[in-house]
Design a protein around this ligand. Structure first.
Ligand SMILES: NC(=O)c1ccc[n+]([C@@H]2O[C@H](COP(=O)([O-])OP(=O)(O)OC[C@H]3O[C@@H](n4cnc5c(N)ncnc54)[C@H](O)[C@@H]3O)[C@@H](O)[C@H]2O)c1
Length: 353
């Protein structure tokens, strides 16, 4: 158990703790001595709930000394959120619950407003009320934003000071709105806040709605996969453990009062090394073969179909991570092949039951 993270013995609230990043984070936070984790998730069926239950079970299994409390609830319900804060009085809040996904927002816009706007507002309100309680005040709120706020930014790599006024999906618009809401609370009520713009996170127990996971399922079933924009889209694929390492470093990096009176910082958390989908799939296929998920004999050409770009897709994401590195001394470092090998191994075990 690690004793030098700087947040030993804190109570940390993780929203979206049955999700990919939240579930992986809760598991990892248990490694820090004395940390109590309160997790909330409504375990919605945007993708299979069995995977969310699996993630929760992994946390419960590791939690041998009762430091994890799970609340099955909706952050869009203000009373649920306020009661949770009253009861558990978190020192640190890591707000990851959200309706994610770009394409789903075309048919299901309401889910984004409920979870990402109203849900985030409720978390901000609860933090604000905690400030009135003096010593029970939340010390630091960290929240997930997304590389999608950069829209079709032509300047690469994307840096935190770039314009983010042109979101190309409702998902991106809600993440941009979250940043603005958070900033206003960080300024008005002096709640220290750190926004984290994640760039395509992947890894074991990852999200089945994301391309690499969907590809894997199809390849394992012997089906052809479609590569949007003819496989030319570039993504800054970021391995989940690297994201968790950055989050852990940021927990204790509490923003001081800035020149505008705000207590607010924003960071890109990405790999700084974009890869096109074609190359990505070629490496994924090799690692799936090594892990025994697909047959050795399968060929890239036989299993892929190059199609046009999809609405709301951005062509390239590419993170400038100088700020993250300068402030935390850490940056994502896991090689894509290594990360995909770990994903493939996990997938093999998970699907073997
Ligand atoms: N994974 C990525 O590549 C990526 C990239 C950029 C940003 N993000 C952001 O990071 C965060 C975590 O993403 P993830 O990949 O773990 O997604 P995820 O969908 O796996 O996890 C989100 C969790 O939040 C829960 N949730 C959603 N609405 C809720 C509500 N109203 N009340 C309670 N729980 C609710 C879901 O059930 C889910 O378990 C999200 O804010 C997402 O927008 C992720």
């Amino acid at each position: 158990m690690s004793n030098n993270t700087g947040f030993e013995n804190k109570t940390i609230l993780v929203t979206g703790c049955a999700g990919f990043v939240g579930g992986s984070l809760a598991l990892r936070l248990l490694d820090t001595a004395g940390v109590k984790i309160v997790g909330i998730d409504n375990v919605n069926d945007y993708y299979e709930t069995s995977l969310k239950e699996y993630r929760l079970e992994r946390i419960r299994t590791k939690d041998t000394d009762g430091r994890f409390t799970f609340i099955r609830g909706d952050i869009a319900d203000k009373k649920t959120v306020l009661d949770m804060f009253d009861k558990h009085r978190p020192d640190v809040v890591i707000h990851l619950a959200a309706q994610a996904g770009v394409r789903y927002s075309i048919d299901n816009p309401d889910a984004y407003i409920q979870s990402n706007i109203i849900g985030t507002f409720n978390i901000l309100e609860a933090c604000r009320f905690s400030m009135d309680k003096g010593e029970d005040a939340v010390e630091h709120l960290l929240f997930a934003s997304s590389s999608s706020v950069y829209g079709d930014n032509e300047k690469i790599p994307y840096s935190e000071s770039d314009n983010t006024d042109r979101p190309v999906s409702l998902y991106a618009a809600t993440k941009k709105a979250d940043e603005a809401l958070a900033y206003s609370y960080a300024k008005l009520y002096k709640i220290p806040m750190t926004g984290m713009r994640f760039f395509t996170v992947y890894g074991p127990a990852g999200r089945p709605d994301m391309a690499y996971y969907k590809f894997t399922k199809k390849l394992a079933a012997g089906e052809k996969i479609e590569l949007y924009n003819k496989g030319e889209n570039k993504r800054d694929f970021t391995y989940v453990d690297d994201v968790l390492e950055s989050i852990e470093k940021l927990i204790t990096l509490v923003p001081p009062v800035g020149i505008q009176g705000e207590r607010y910082r924003i960071y890109n958390i990405g790999n700084n090394s974009p890869v096109d989908t074609k190359t990505f799939v070629a490496i994924l296929m090799e690692e799936l073969k090594s892990a025994g998920v697909i047959d050795e004999g399968l060929k890239f050409e036989d299993l892929t179909k190059l199609v046009d770009a999809a609405p709301g897709d951005v062509l390239m994401t590419y993170a400038d991570i100088e700020k993250l590195y300068k402030d935390t001394g850490t940056r994502p470092h896991t090689e894509l092949r290594e990360g995909l090998a770990r994903f493939a191994k996990w997938y093999k075990e998970y699907t073997a039951g």
